[in-house]
Each structure stands twice: as structure tokens, then as C-alpha cells.
Design a protein around this ligand. Structure first.
Ligand code: HEM
Length: 292
């Protein structure tokens, strides 16, 4: 019997050392997860979030803007590079999410609908898309760290923002710098999940170079579980950034928001921006004006 460390393994003289493992009993547990647990966890997370968002929309409706309070003056919220970074990450994420869900549900849901041939072709392209779009996604995560990390360090203002219910309870608008506590949660979630998906994804893109068969299976479990939870969480972000809150999309679309809106939601950030322009060229030119 070749029983050794729970594997059925012998010795080989060919360069491919993997060939020495004849049977791997842990593979049964992995298959049980991949074919049994994962589709249920994925369906619960994604459908649960979609249901919750539908329920929120039909009971509370959109968060409306108060148009009477608009100042008509615009302030730039995100510059062109920040918007490029966001849409690079977002567009690659959406394809990664759809092709990723196809790995889990395609065989069960799509194949009976479109037939095995069309499903095979679609899944082949889906696999290429998943493998190659992982790179622009990872680049997007790196760019996000560069442009937004400094604005997402938690501070005392965030505690007050959370205590005030983020302005969702009552009419008060708690103070916030560039990002409020809710947005910081989104940022850190994208960072933690994005990095975890990247590391496990790279391990799987280069099979068996970093780890053995057991390690590959564990990597797949981590990638898939974080993946479905990440998708569910981002669905909430997409909802609030588009349908859920009137005017929110503009910040990432045109990059500009109304000054009155910015004062109400990000008062401390507007003050910082105003101080920056005030201490910019004006001071220099004011300094050059002789005192009267
Ligand atoms: C179609 C899909 C999406 C829409 C409509 C959308 C919309 C938005 C909007 C409007 C903002 C700016 C909020 C503000 O005024 O501060 C924003 C910020 C952000 N988005 Fe997205 N987004 C989408 C997809 C994604 C995806 C897929 C990711 C990452 C995987 C992502 C990550 C972020 C991050 C980290 C921020 C900055 C933090 C925050 O404001 O919450 N977004 N998004």
C-alpha cells in the first residue's frame, strides 16, 4: 500500500512529480464543495442580495436629491484618471463576475437552455475572458490604491458619521471628508477581496507552480467563496451608485457634482478643496499686490 500523508502515492522517475500521486482522497471533499456546497452558497449570496435590493427599492424608493437646494455651481469630484481607474476596474469586474458565475452555474442553468455546443463555445470564450481580464482588474486595484488610499484612512469623523446613521436616519447630514464611512467600507472591501482574488487567481493561472494538488484545491475554494461574496457586495454598490441614489452616478460619470450637494454630503472635503485653491495662485498674486 502506498499510503502516505493521506494520499495514495508512489515514486516516479519521470520529471512530472505529480504523476506519483495515484489517488487523492481529499479530492472527494473538494468535489463535494465544488458541486454541492458552492452553488448553494453562491445562489444564496447573489439572489439574497438581489432580493434585498429589490425589497429596498420597492419599499423606500430612490434616495432623492433636493433640487431646490442646487447651487448651479459644479465642483470636480473625480478627475479623468480616477474615473478611468474606476471604469477599468468596474468593466473588467463585471466580465470576471459573469464568467466566474458561469463556472459555477453555467452547466446547470445555461447548458439546458442553449444546448451543449453553444455552451461549450461560450464557456471557452468565457474562460479566455476570465484569464485575460484578470490583469486589467488587478491593474485597476493597484491604481485605486494610488489614487484613493490616502482618502480612505479611517478617522474620528467616521465614528460620528456611523453614529448619526450616515444621514439615512432623520434629515441630518453628518460631516465627512472626501469619502464617508460607508464609502470607506466599499474601498476596503474592494481592496481586501481584490487582493485575495488576485493572489488566489495567479496561483490558479500557473497551476502547480506554487503548490501541490491539495494547495490548488484550497486555493480554488478560497477564490470561489470570496468571489461570490464579493459579487453580492458589489451589487449593493452598483445599486447605490446608479438606481439607488439620484445624482450619484454623475460623480463617476462626468466627474462633477453640484457644490451644494458636495457641501451637504462632504462638507470637510469641500473646505479642504477651497483652502487648496485659496492657498494656490491667488495668494501668490495677492502677495505681489503692494499693500495700500
Ligand atoms: C456599473 C457598475 C458601477 C457603478 C454604476 C458604480 C458607481 C460608482 C459611483 C457613482 C461612485 C462614486 C461615489 C461618490 O460620489 O463618492 C463609485 C465609487 C467607487 N466604486 Fe463604483 N460603480 C460600479 C462598479 C464598481 C466596481 C465593480 C468596483 C470594484 C470592484 C467599484 C469600486 C468603487 C470604489 C472603490 C469606489 C470609491 C469608494 C466609494 O465611493 O464607494 N465600483 N462607484
Amino acid at each position: 500500500m502506498f499510503r502516505e500523508l493521506g494520499r495514495l502515492q508512489g515514486r516516479v522517475s519521470i520529471p512530472d512529480a505529480k504523476a506519483a500521486t495515484l489517488e487523492q482522497p481529499q479530492g472527494r471533499d473538494w468535489r463535494q464543495f465544488r458541486e454541492g456546497w458552492l452553488p448553494w452558497i453562491g445562489a444564496l449570496a447573489v439572489l439574497g442580495m438581489l432580493l434585498a435590493l429589490f425589497a429596498f427599492y420597492f419599499t423606500k424608493g430612490r434616495i432623492r436629491l433636493d433640487h431646490t437646494e442646487e447651487s448651479g455651481t459644479k465642483i470636480q469630484r473625480f478627475n479623468a484618471f480616477e474615473r478611468f481607474t474606476h471604469w477599468l476596474t468596474a468593466s473588467s469586474f463585471i466580465v470576471l463576475a459573469l464568467t466566474g458565475l458561469n463556472y459555477i452555474f453555467g452547466k446547470r442553468l445555461l447548458m439546458p437552455l442553449i444546448g451543449p455546443d453553444a455552451f461549450a463555445t461560450l464557456s471557452q470564450w468565457g474562460k479566455y475572458a476570465h484569464n485575460f481580464l484578470a490583469w486589467p482588474f488587478m491593474l485597476g486595484i493597484i491604481f485605486m490604491i494610488v489614487v484613493w488610499l490616502k482618502d480612505n484612512i479611517p478617522n474620528r469623523v467616521d465614528v460620528a458619521w456611523v453614529k448619526a446613521g450616515g444621514g439615512f436616519l432623520g434629515d441630518a447630514h453628518p460631516s465627512a471628508y472626501r469619502f464617508n464611512a460607508g464609502q470607506k467600507v466599499v474601498f476596503w472591501l474592494v481592496m481586501i477581496c481584490g487582493i485575495a482574488m488576485s493572489v488566489t487567481g495567479i496561483i490558479m493561472l500557473f497551476p502547480f507552480s506554487a503548490t501541490d494538488i491539495n494547495g490548488m484545491q484550497i486555493t480554488q475554494v478560497v477564490h470561489a467563496l470570496i468571489g461570490v461574496l464579493f459579487i453580492a457586495a458589489i451589487l449593493a454598490h452598483i445599486y447605490i451608485g446608479s438606481l439607488g441614489m439620484e445624482g450619484a452616478y454623475d460623480a463617476m460619470g462626468s466627474g462633477e457634482v453640484d457644490l451644494a450637494w458636495a457641501r451637504r454630503h462632504h462638507d470637510l472635503w469641500v473646505q479642504q478643496q477651497e483652502a487648496k485653491t485659496a492657498s494656490g495662485p491667488q495668494i501668490g498674486s495677492r502677495g505681489a499686490v503692494p499693500a495700500e
